[in-house]
Design a protein around this ligand. Structure first.
Ligand SMILES: CC(C)c1onc(-c2c(Cl)cccc2Cl)c1COc1ccc(-c2ccc3c(C(=O)O)csc3c2)cc1
Length: 228
């Protein structure tokens, strides 16, 4: 039984999640026809940069986030950006984009200089997210829960973040029961994905190192958020 306040909270977060998306003209660049590893890397860099900007705007709409210590806000964004982008790009794959983005995004990721040892777990994750058939409220809340992870590096007031995250987890738990009554374990499966995200985030650090080894350049925003 979701309370009135929880319903309002869910609406604010879901509306913000849907409002802040990569602009269509940026997403459409995925469809252009150069497919070299270089071209793929450049396009993915552009997608990631745009996605980080979208993520920052979305995070500002999480009730309570802007009341956190300013430095903790930065620490949460830096610590969760990769995981939030895995979740967001996973939705592109499970949403089966109408304009064929899904296929080209997969193609470009597979051919952008990422080693096979990271490609396999990455696409297993995308598949496991797709199998959950999350509704948009669940997607928005799961991303919010990921951003509000208290034990990110350099977070000072972990209790304040924990309180916010618990509020969101409570709404998500109730929503899962409502949306998937025939599957009592659904909420637990969702949280299991968060564990998988942490593993992918560690792989990502190695992906960045190997791109840098091959002298790949990132944008100033990505350098700032990923300390590269
Ligand atoms: C710097 C770059 C090479 C990189 O490094 N690691 C990763 C990276 C990879 Cl390769 C996989 C997962 C996470 C990251 Cl950070 C990336 C690329 O990151 C991306 C981030 C976000 C999108 C993304 C999101 C939404 C949408 C939508 C939509 O919503 O309508 C339409 S098209 C699209 C595209 C793609 C790629």
């Amino acid at each position: 039984e979701i309370t009135k306040e929880q319903q309002a909270l869910m609406k604010i977060i879901t509306d913000a999640y849907n409002r802040h998306q990569i602009p269509q003209d940026v997403a459409k660049k995925l469809l252009q026809d150069q497919y070299s590893a270089e071209e793929n890397f450049l396009l993915l860099t552009e997608m990631a940069t745009s996605q980080v900007q979208v993520l920052v705007e979305f995070t500002k709409n999480i009730p309570g986030f802007l009341s956190l210590d300013r430095e903790d806000q930065i620490a949460l964004l830096k610590g969760s950006a990769v995981e939030a982008m895995f979740l967001r790009s996973a939705q592109v794959f499970s949403r089966k984009m109408p304009s064929g983005h899904t296929e080209v995004l997969e193609e470009r990721i597979r051919k952008s200089g990422i080693s096979e040892e990271f490609i396999t777990p990455m696409f297993n994750f995308y598949k496991s997210i797709g199998e959950l058939h999350m509704v948009q409220e669940e997607q928005a809340l799961l991303t919010t829960v990921t951003i509000l992870t208290p034990d990110r590096p350099y977070v000072k007031d972990q209790q304040a973040v924990e309180r916010l995250q618990e509020t969101m987890l409570d709404v998500l738990r109730k929503l899962c029961v409502l949306q998937h009554p025939q599957e009592p374990q659904y909420f637990a499966r969702l949280l299991g994905r968060l564990t998988e995200l942490r593993t992918l985030s560690h792989y990502h650090t190695e992906m960045l190192a190997s791109w840098r080894m091959n002298d790949h350049k990132f944008t100033p925003l990505l350098c700032e958020i990923w300390d590269v």
